[in-house]
Write a protein that binds this ligand. Structure first.
Ligand SMILES: Nc1ncnc2c1ncn2[C@@H]1O[C@H](COP(=O)(O)OP(=O)(O)OP(=O)(O)O)[C@@H](O)[C@H]1O
Ligand SMILES: [Mg+2]
Length: 240
């Protein structure tokens, strides 16, 4: 049986006394794209925070390519090849575009089959960032900041890329650019989790879908199955 790139198994997570994630399980196959859907407050970002070690799980396990990362600190998890493009982008606004990339640089694993990401390859992918490499990140547009957040995550040469609502707050044309970028990254062989509130955006690009509702996995399916109907998406996603 193939080993999953990422697996969450019966994850329980709390903020203080609030029990947020309840026995959450889902898996991302190598080279696949999993769309993680759910309305506001469903627990999507909490899942991402657990995977990257910012919020330690109280129960369950997280595995990356078959290795248990559940109790590791964030820097060790990053070294296992997981990178997060956080919700709200969180770029360093007082640094230049190039500096934002360089602080995240990490050499690829020895034996990696892919050409390593460097500031040059990131700039080749995002020419708008190349034109602005010496400008402060604070001066970028929302779309450019999102490109920078994606580029910064790639600089760690991840094997698994987590993207938390990368289209949030962007104009439709820019959202289309971001989706085209995600498609290219998938074609390069990266294993990707794409967190979204809008199923229309992910159905096109995802291989698999998991829907969170109230901190639990309500649905695990595929875009084809979900567009065929049968599952009441409105119940889990509200009006969309
Ligand atoms: N730092 C925190 N402290 C306490 N509760 C939190 C914290 N962060 C999130 N929560 C709560 O945890 C629940 C899940 O939040 P989470 O941010 O994971 O949702 P989400 O699915 O990412 O939503 P959105 O689509 O709005 O980003 C919500 O009820 C939220 O209010
Ligand atoms: Mg969120």
């Amino acid at each position: 049986m193939a080993i999953d790139a990422l697996g969450l198994h019966d994850i329980d997570a709390f903020y203080g006394d609030s029990h947020i994630l309840q026995k959450v399980s889902f898996a991302l196959g190598e080279g696949r794209l999993l769309g993680l859907l759910g309305r506001n407050g469903a627990g999507k970002s909490t899942c991402m925070n657990v995977v990257v070690g910012l919020l330690p799980a109280r129960g369950g396990t997280v595995e990356v390519f078959g290795g248990d990362i559940t109790r590791l600190p964030p820097e060790s998890i990053s070294a296992r090849g997981i990178a997060l493009v956080p919700q709200g982008r969180r770029i360093f606004k007082s640094l230049t575009v190039r500096e934002n990339l360089m602080v995240a640089a990490r050499p690829p694993d020895p034996g990696s089959r892919h050409a390593p990401w460097t500031s040059e390859t990131v700039f080749a992918m995002f020419p708008r960032l190349a034109e602005r490499k010496h400008q402060l990140a604070a001066h970028l547009s929302g779309g450019e900041q999102q490109m920078l957040a994606i580029g910064r995550a790639l600089m760690a040469n991840p094997r698994v890329l987590l993207m938390d609502e990368p289209s949030e707050g962007l104009a439709p044309q820019i959202v289309a650019d971001v989706m085209a970028t995600i498609r290219k990254l998938k074609e390069s062989g990266l294993s990707i989790v794409l967190v979204e509130q809008n199923p229309r955006l992910v159905f096109d690009v995802a291989d698999d879908i998991a829907i969170l509702n109230g901190g639990r996995v309500a649905v695990v399916s595929t875009p084809a199955e979900l567009t065929r109907g049968g599952i009441d998406l409105t119940q889990h996603l509200g009006v969309y």
